[in-house]
Write a protein that binds this ligand. Structure first.
Ligand SMILES: CSC[C@@H](O)[C@@H](O)C(=O)COP(=O)(O)O
Length: 363
């Protein structure tokens, strides 16, 4: 994607054991590039959410392994790197997927070959993510085009999205937003309702920033507005991302996604999920019971951070001192509420048969 005319990915190697990332904790107010040089820095970047979003977490972990091996390419070094990175965040399965892929490739190799192979594999994971998301964009844009054809000529298609599943959440393009970018580039009139996505505000801070830079018409709304908009016919379709999808089509995404799916179901609004195949956890069938839900620091709920009128970044408390706080970061939307999964191989029903129809090699 482009920022002020320059093309960027969210993560890129700079050579000599340096991997650059965009520090997403500083957006939308500051665009800052941070350089990672070792395992602990990579783990911190994922844990503290300088990089976030399921596909980007996977790519960052892969680069983290490559950085770690420069310091210690032994079997112990490889195991330590994988264990440290796996412990950073529990919900996005892309993390486990990327680490298993790295370990599977690297463990049989002699130590002397591991760094080069790890760097090449991390780059391959990043490149594949870009191509997967480009394909999701084209399949999803067809859905937006179909919605446009049901409207008066020139009237925008209203898409509602939750959290940030745009290019910042991936290496490029995004998952839920890839169809939006593809449709926008095809000249389909559209407008995006952006859920603010408390507590960390990935919608208000990141999705709005992305869409604004790309020139896509959008409006930020408080998290509880979606149901009202749907009741009044102001949402044509919802598209969200996912951190882990079961083999049966249950979808785990940012907290609040489930409530949007319920509102969409009640109002007959199609609810789609942008889904790169590394986000499918083929080992599980029941999302509510089996997907680990991250619980984060309560200060993300009890405090708010933003820019003051004179340009300072400040954090303020919004709850009474002493009130207990709970901070569940994800929820599960059962497959029955999902209209379709938009994958790199096409759109399918959120069912085991639907997924196996597109990925028969998993049968
Ligand atoms: C393409 S990203 C899909 C999901 O990872 C995204 O919707 C999301 O929930 C991100 O959560 P985050 O906690 O910001 O990592």
């Amino acid at each position: 994607m482009r920022i002020d005319g320059a093309a960027y990915r969210t993560i890129w190697p700079e050579g000599d054991g340096v991997v650059a990332i965009i520090d997403q904790t500083r957006l939308p107010h500051d665009f800052a590039v941070v350089r990672l040089t070792g395992l602990e820095e990579a783990a911190h970047a994922i844990r503290a959410m300088l990089v976030r979003g399921a596909p980007l977490i996977g790519a960052a972990a892969a680069y983290g392994v490559a950085l770690a091996l420069r310091a210690d390419a032994s079997d112990r070094g490889l195991e330590r790197a994988c264990a440290t990175l796996l412990a950073t965040r529990p919900t996005a399965v892309n993390l486990r997927w990327a680490l298993e892929r790295m370990r599977g490739l690297l463990a049989p190799l002699p130590e002397a070959q591991r760094v080069g192979a790890a760097e090449a594999e991390a780059a391959a994971i990043a490149d594949e993510d870009v191509e997967i998301n480009r394909a999701i964009g084209l399949h999803g844009a067809a859905l937006i085009r179909a919605a446009a054809e049901r409207k008066a000529p020139g009237e925008p298609v209203n898409v509602l999205t939750h959290c940030n599943a745009g290019w910042l959440a991936t290496v490029d393009w995004g998952t839920a937003l890839a169809p939006v970018y593809a449709a926008f580039e095809q000249g389909i009139p559209l407008h995006v309702w952006v859920d603010e996505t408390r507590p960390r505000n990935q919608g208000a801070s990141l999705t709005a920033w992305e869409l604004k830079h790309h020139g896509v018409p959008h409006t930020v709304i408080a998290d509880n507005v979606g149901g009202h908009l749907m009741q009044h016919g102001k949402v044509d379709l919802c598209i969200v991302g996912t951190d882990r999808t079961t083999a049966t089509g249950d979808v785990c995404n940012k907290i609040g996604t489930y409530l949007k799916a319920l509102a969409a179901h009640d109002n007959g609004v199609p609810f789609y999920v942008g889904l790169p195949s590394p986000t499918i956890d083929w080992t599980i069938a029941d999302g509510v019971r089996e997907i680990p839900i991250e619980e984060r620091d309560g200060r993300e709920v009890s405090e708010l951070t933003g820019r003051t009128a004179d340009g300072r970044i400040e954090t303020v408390r919004v709850t009474p001192d002493g009130s207990p706080v709970a901070n569940y970061a994800f929820d599960v939307t059962p497959a029955r509420l999902v209209t379709g999964l938009i994958t790199e191989r096409g759109v399918c029903p959120a069912t085991r048969d639907g997924l196996l129809g597109l990925f028969p090699e998993r049968g």
